[in-house]
Write a new protein. Structure first.
Lengths: 744, 401
């Protein structure tokens, strides 16, 4: 397609006051030879936009460079069909006019560099062609407990076909094993029926839901919209085409046989929550040793929970469950005593009302304390010793029956931990400074059996939960199109599980709809670009297949990557990893960014105007820089920000490009990584850090100081640190001195 | 390794406490705000937090012997600040009742005093008894009597001893008082022994007693209370009212029976300008004024405290004593004979009840609290919070300074 570039410079919002617009326009026209260049004092208004639209209609302009405010502002005003028009936004406002002194030479040079970079990029961009294939909008729900049933029902009621796979012979999961549920609605005082039966009925009666009971998933191949799921049932297999998956396989109670120190297995009359619930369901709570009704029941909370030797986390529901079961005992026998020994009583939100009510029962004795010994007595009674109790001293209590409140373990955490092979390392010894590329933790839990190069299940995060870690995006696992919900992703009770299921079902629907349009689902929602590989030059180094945080690439036997575009989140980390630079997007490539860097004008050494390139990711770093501008925080004019989708996009060749051009330093600012990561693409900034660690050796060989490269983690709320970060780095560059390759 | 304390909660005791005005005891979740806020709780093992959990757990044996429940002066700062509405002030009040039932024998009588269905019995039986005595000893039909070798004409006179001779009254009351002293002796000795087992007295008893007396006479602990200044004034009035009236009664007793042997002391009533009479009237005014304040306080009560039948019994009885006495005096002065004798009769029954039920009603605090305070001083358990607390009234939002 014949590209005709139009540059539109807005002089509103203080841009006109800070810069010599006419001079700036000359960069576009005289220097870059752009055919159309116009300025307007209010470009985002109807008149300003009219100028652009007119040029598009009359002059055939099809590539726009809008030099105005940040790309994050006025997105609906500057909105054009990316399959027809290429658009590049140059930030002259937040990143120039607002953070630099008006009218200064350095401010002008900064604006001119940005315009150059924008024009160079616009010239190289191509209109997008969405990835279109025949996709399925069918939703697979794995697990037929309360979460799975609710997700299936909600998706079916929204009009989607659902396939529900449950490994047991009957539906209902753990909720079906309860006698009663603790209260789930105001005033939160009475026990209620679980109502799981009506939920099962609803699902079984729904014609849009196909149910497989006593079935497991043998294999899941493909990608969102194009999953081929093989379901195994009664010895035979069936493969179904699926659009998105809700993983609601639930939990199992923590193995009480590990709790010998609390008497399980050692004393006849020590049982778990699940066991006493079963007794209640059958109508009689009895001591296992002699079948007598207990006159004193002791509940030990946090049995194997909040304990580094067992489950380090809290399972959220055990306190309420014990209170409920205390009520079972007390209503069966008003003279029976119930003891509850807890580390804390956790009854969040409105559940506090239920706690207060059970507290009022004169026969329930609550105390905080540490249970230090559980010993069987002569008559099979249990003597419990509790230290640090509220009664001020070590106490001993005799109970007829002891109930251990054990925690929830997600089924995703149960299985053999496997190591997925990473990229082949280069020959030669590894130096101490070199780090390992970050790897995911995969547990073969036999839930989905993904035919993915990066492992057969969702990566396990903290404590083995396949969670997303984002508070705002709770269902986003590390595999696109697969959404964990319910107790498998976080310990929760039936009430929360139903909400969770609904959310995950909605996500699954969103996924199939967007994929059918060729759009990325999250976080670059609506992005029509996707990576394209020039495979002729691929050397099968397997960096892209290993480093993609979402397992987008499968491999053939030789190791050649096979992309699955619907799995892709368009982050560009693969682009950064490829040493041969064969991966690119139509609107974003190694060449594009490299050309942007090379477009920067680098003054001679004697002018004493250093130049620093700073790569910033669009998720936390770019908004932080914008916010610094909005707050009019001022900083060094010598930094050129280059926006990327993710810091993981940084290809080492750009560092070489920058340094050989005479640029004095390169800084990378991205989201935080680690245990409490903020990186929106999971591992991007960590990979950037890892890659920069690898080039220390190269730098030394080139007699360049390693201080010239710096990687920094930042979160969006640390915008006030931008001036300090920038100025500190500039101070270091001053100290280190100008790039010796300047002017070559 | 310390031996653990074996615990067996007494479910009946928990129910008992709940029935006796401590119905909010189970709401406590042991945040310890009450102990921090209490102006007179010591810094070590403060109250009332531990009493709350012990009451929840039905640890009867511990609680009835606990001297701390008596160190509490029921100012209710704790109840005001309690975030859960557990009203520790009221719970401790209920616990004191249980303690009284334990130490004052027979406990059955104490339980009757706190149970409103026995009200007719507790007053009816003594009233009947007095009526019988009056029936046999009254001088209503007589024209004159001989007293101290003198003949006194009865026509037109309104005199208590026309209805019932002073000797009869005095004998009945002295016998009753001796019984009461006996019950208290038993209770105090057992209480002291139990307190010694917890924390032995090391400092001199006499000095401790003097210190406590000083505190009581100045009402020092009442002044510590911040949410309720009326309590100080109310109790002060009642206390000094009683002191005055007791002094007066003693003076009259000694005057009429002993001093009279030396110099002629006329029979009561004495003229209004008599210093003893003046003291008596001042005492009555103080007593009634105090009762009024206390009643008003309790009626205003609010969320933080509830007044039970047990509380009203004692307060009602004291007020009745004051009112019947004072009104009788006024009515006699006005010459309304019939009303006078009715009021005097009521006064007699009330005063007798006050004394007879002293060890079993809330009035027992007179002896038990004093004992506990003396022991506390003697065992070094100082009644002073070691953590300074800035209170709501000082604009600190109740935070620890």
């Amino acid at each position: 397609m014949e590209k005709k570039v139009g540059v539109y410079i807005c002089s509103g919002c203080g841009i006109g006051e800070a810069l010599d617009i006419a001079q700036l326009a000359k960069v576009a026209t005289s220097e870059q030879k752009v055919p159309v260049c116009k300025t307007h004092p209010f470009l985002c208004g109807e008149e300003g936009l009219g100028v652009i639209r007119n040029d598009m209609a009359q002059e055939g302009v099809n590539t726009l460079v809008v030099a105005a405010c940040s790309r994050r502002a006025k997105t609906d005003a500057f909105s054009f069909d990316p399959t027809q028009i290429c658009l590049e936004r140059v930030n002259l406002r937040e990143q120039v006019a607002w953070c630099q002194p008006a009218g200064a030479d350095d401010t002008q040079m900064l604006a001119e560099d940005y315009l150059r970079m924008g024009i160079v990029k616009a010239k190289k961009m191509e209109p997008l062609v969405p990835f279109r294939e025949e996709i399925s909008k069918k939703i697979l729900v794995v697990g037929g407990g309360v979460t799975g049933l609710t997700a299936a029902r909600e998706a079916a009621n929204a009009g989607y076909e659902v396939v529900l796979v449950e490994k047991e012979a009957q539906l209902g999961g753990y909720l079906a094993k309860l006698h009663k549920s603790y209260p789930r609605r105001a005033p939160y005082l009475e026990l209620e029926n679980t109502q799981i039966d009506s939920l099962i009925q609803d699902v079984e009666a729904n014609s849009k839901i196909k149910i497989y009971k006593g079935a497991t998933i043998q294999r899941t191949a493909g990608a969102p919209g194009l999953f081929d799921v093989t379901i195994q049932q009664n010895g035979s297999s069936e493969t179904v085409r699926i659009g998105a998956i809700v993983e609601a396989a639930g939990f199992v109670p923590y193995d009480a046989t590990k709790l010998k120190h609390l008497g399980y297995g050692e004393c006849a009359n020590v049982v778990t929550h699940v066991e006493i619930e079963q007794m209640a369901r059958e109508g009689k709570i009895r001591r296992p040793s002699d079948g007598a009704a207990p006159k004193a029941v002791a509940f030990i909370q946090c049995a194997g929970s909040r304990d580094p030797q067992h489950l380090p986390y809290c399972s959220a529901t055990c306190c309420m469950t014990s209170l409920k079961q205390a009520k079972y005992v007390r209503s069966a026998d008003p003279e029976a005593k119930v003891y509850i020994f807890y580390k804390d009583m956790r009854t969040p939100g409105q559940y506090e009302n239920f706690y207060k009510q059970v507290q009022q029962d004169e026969g329930v004795f609550l105390t905080k304390g540490e249970v230090v010994s559980v010993v069987e007595d002569g008559d099979k009674g249990i003597r419990i010793q509790v230290e640090k109790s509220l009664l001020g001293e070590k106490i001993e209590v005799k109970a007829d029956l002891v109930v251990l409140a054990t925690g929830m373990v997600p089924v995703a955490a149960i299985g053999e931990e496997i190591v997925v092979k990473l990229a082949e390392e280069e020959e030669g010894k590894k130096t101490e400074a070199e780090k390992e590329p970050p790897a995911d933790r995969i547990i073969r839990s036999n839930i989905l059996n993904l035919a993915y190069r990066q492992g057969p299940e969702l990566p396990a995060l903290k404590y083995g939960f396949p969670d997303s870690h984002y508070v705002c995006f709770p269902y986003e696992s590390r595999r696109t199109g697969i959404y964990p919900a319910g107790a498998i992703r976080q310990p929760m009770d039936g009430a929360l599980a139903m909400d969770d299921a609904t959310g995950a079902a909605l996500k699954a629907i969103q996924c199939v709809e967007m994929v059918s349009r060729g759009e990325a689902v999250h976080p670059r929602s609506g992005d029509l670009s996707y990576p394209e590989l020039f495979l002729q030059r691929c050397t099968q180094c397997k960096r892209c297949t290993a480093e993609c945080p979402f397992g987008m690439y499968d491999e053939d036997e030789k190791g050649t990557p096979k992309p699955n575009p619907t799995r892709c989140r368009r982050c560009g980390i693969c682009m950064g990893s490829c040493p041969e630079r064969i991966i690119s997007f139509k609107d974003f490539s190694v060449d594009i960014v490299g050309s942007m860097v090379k477009a920067i004008e680098v003054p001679e050494e004697d002018e004493e105007k250093p130049r620093v390139v700073c790569f910033i990711c669009e998720n936390d770093a770019y908004p932080a820089v914008d916010l610094a501008g909005i707050l009019r925080l001022q900083y060094s004019p010598f930094v050129r920000f280059v926006p990327l989708r993710c810091l993981g996009d940084v290809n080492i060749v750009w560092i070489a490009d920058a340094l050989s051009k005479g640029i004095d330093g390169v800084m990378l600012i991205g989201c935080k990584y680690g245990d409490d990561y903020q990186c929106h693409f999971m591992k991007g900034s960590e990979l950037a850090n890892y890659r920069m660690g690898k080039i220390q050796e190269t730098l030394t060989r080139l007699a360049l100081e390693s201080d010239r490269i710096r990687v920094h983690q930042l979160s969006i709320d640390e915008y006030h640190e931008i001036p300090k970060l920038v100025n500190d780095f500039m101070a270091k560059i001053e100290e280190v001195g100008p790039n010796p390759y300047k002017g070559f | 390794m310390t031996q653990p304390m074996r615990i067996e909660p007494d479910l009946d005791f928990v129910r008992d406490v709940i029935r006796s005005g401590g119905e909010t005891v189970k709401k406590c979740f042991q945040c310890a705000t009450c102990s921090v806020v209490c102006p007179i709780s010591p810094g070590e093992e403060p109250f009332p937090r531990k009493e709350m959990i012990q009451a929840q757990w039905g640890l009867k044996d511990r609680l009835v012997r606990d001297p701390d429940i008596w160190l509490c002066h029921n100012c209710n700062d704790c109840s005001t600040y309690c975030p859960r509405g557990a009203r520790p002030g009221d719970v401790l009040n209920a616990l004191r009742q249980k303690s009284i039932e334990h130490y004052s024998v027979p406990g059955k009588l104490a339980r009757m005093v706190s149970d409103r269905k026995y009200l007719p019995h507790l007053f009816g039986i003594p009233a009947l008894f007095f009526l019988i005595v009056i029936l046999f000893t009254n001088h209503f039909g007589d024209a004159s009597i001989v007293s101290h070798g003198q003949e006194i004409k009865l026509e037109g006179l309104i005199r208590s001893w026309k209805m019932i001779p002073m000797l009869a009254v005095d004998v009945i009351f002295i016998l009753t008082s001796l019984l009461v002293v006996g019950v208290f002796a038993n209770g105090v000795l057992r209480f002291w022994k139990d307190m010694e087992a917890l924390r032995p007295a090391r400092v001199g008893l006499i000095q401790s007693a003097i210190d406590v007396a000083r505190e009581i006479f100045t009402h020092k602990n009442f002044k510590e209370c911040t949410t309720n200044q009326d309590r100080y004034l109310g109790h002060l009035g009642i206390f000094y009212g009683f002191v005055a009236l007791f002094t007066v009664t003693t003076c009259i007793f000694f005057g009429i029976y002993f001093l009279n042997l030396v110099v002629h002391i006329p029979l009561t009533p004495w003229p209004w300008y008599n210093p003893v009479k003046i003291l008596a009237n001042l005492g009555a005014i103080a007593l009634l004024g105090g009762c009024f304040l206390v009643i008003r306080n309790r009626l205003r009560g609010g969320e933080d405290t509830r007044t039970s039948y047990y509380d009203w019994f004692f307060l009602g009885l004291v007020t009745a004593v004051g009112l019947t006495g004072f009104l009788a005096e006024i009515v006699r002065g006005l010459g309304i004979a019939f009303l006078y004798y009715v009021l005097y009769f009521a006064h007699l029954v009330c005063v007798w009840a006050l004394i007879a039920y002293l060890p079993y009603s809330k009035f027992a605090h007179l002896v038990y609290r004093t004992t506990a305070l003396i022991h506390a001083k003697a065992s070094g358990r100082d009644l002073k919070s070691t953590i300074p607390v800035r209170r709501l009234s000082e604009g600190g939002g109740g935070q620890v300074a």
